[in-house]
Design a protein around this ligand. Sequence first.
Ligand code: FES
Length: 129
Amino acid sequence: MNDLDSEGRGVSGLQTHTVEVFDGKVWHRLTCRHGVNLRLLLLENDLSPYVPLTENLNCGGRGLCATCGIRFDGEAPTPEHWHDKAAARFGYPRLSCQIQVNRDLSVRLLPEKRIWGKRGKLESRRKGK
Ligand code: FES
């Protein structure tokens, strides 16, 4: 969507957001409607949160397998789903399938992960509730 008004609304009047995604090599800039599921947005733009082993072996966005993990640059969205809350609390990658895009975000894919990704810095744990 390129035709946005001063409040970030597209031609249809729906609010839009920018999601910047680092794939491990370069940054991509995506624009999406308010409330879009982050996992689906990534997949639709060929920016998979999965690694080859889990591309077809995952729970399909049900919040069960944790293979769709990503990390945020800057302020992360507040987790809503129990599994994503646990990931945030203990510093593991956040579950992209359980995140709705409700504001601009900066996301890092984890191409180096084997399946789930490692525990990270305390930043997420302090914010996770
Ligand atoms: S796809 Fe399984 S937890 Fe996200």
